[in-house]
Design a binder for this molecule. Structure first.
Ligand code: ADP
Length: 233
């Protein structure tokens, strides 16, 4: 079985002028299909840097990143953008929905970029919204939805391209406790349905919902532990 993520000796050095800072100092790990992994660590530990690499928004300074069998390490920006669109579904803390568009149009957008026909876009976007429990809200704009519902729309948008990897950056960071519960419940369902999920968080409660926790500190993985996962409903 091909791993979804393989990281080998990954380092990331930021340079500003003559000053260098090594934010990732040698990361080796892999994530298999169907795993639900939380990357957890304190502020400044390198989580966002790792997220940017995993999301093909940036490339390692050293080492190799193989995503679903494709070695991304030597790709140029255009090739990385193509991989991002095809392989990865992103969910962000701030949702990043377009406020003037309906939920349906928001979810259709990645398919517009992928060149899918209008009729198929509508059908797939409606199916994705139905899968996240929003079949009755297709024509609502983000402002007419709760925070939890907006994040569900963002998850539908992430899934509509059938990506290999769902990559979520602090997906509950902007939500009240009820909406957090709602969105984490959705992630549990997606995991149960076989999705591969990597979630970045600094909140232990959120990390505890995943089956596996990668603890990152000072640019290194300091712990890789299997958790009981789920249940605290
Ligand atoms: P986290 O997401 O865990 O808070 P980051 O990955 O954002 O951590 O940052 C890790 C370290 O790298 C921090 O010390 C941060 O100051 C540094 N860093 C992040 N981005 C840059 C950058 N563009 N230039 C220089 N240093 C950076």
């Amino acid at each position: 079985m091909t791993a979804i993520i393989e990281l080998e000796g990954v380092r990331k050095t930021y340079r500003s002028g003559s000053v260098e800072f090594e934010a990732l100092r040698g990361i080796d790990t892999s994530v298999q299909p169907g795993e639900y992994v939380a990357v957890i660590g304190p502020s400044g530990s390198g989580k966002s840097t790792l997220m940017n690499l995993l999301g093909c928004l940036d490339v390692p300074t050293e080492g190799r990143y193989v995503l679903a069998g494709d070695d991304t390490s030597s790709l140029d920006e255009a090739a990385l953008a193509a991989i991002r669109n095809r392989r990865i579904g992103f969910v962000f803390q701030q949702f990043h929905l377009l406020p003037s568009m309906t939920a349906l149009r928001n979810v259709e957008l990645p398919l517009v970029y992928a060149g899918v026909s209008r009729a198929e876009r509508r059908e797939r976007a409606a199916a994705a919204l139905s899968r996240v429990g929003l079949a009755e809200r297709l024509d609502h704009r983000p402002g007419e939805l709760s925070g939890g519902q907006q994040q569900r729309v963002a998850v539908a948008r992430a899934l509509v391209t059938e990506p290999a990897l769902l990559l979520a950056d602090e997906p509950t960071g902007n939500l009240d406790s009820r909406s957090t519960h709602d969105v984490l419940g959705l992630f549990d369902e997606l995991h149960a349905a076989g999705r591969t999920i990597v979630l970045i968080t600094h909140e232990p409660d959120v990390a505890a919902r995943a089956g596996r926790n990668l603890v990152i500190d000072d640019g290194l993985i300091t712990e890789d532990r299997v958790t009981a996962g789920v249940v605290a409903r």
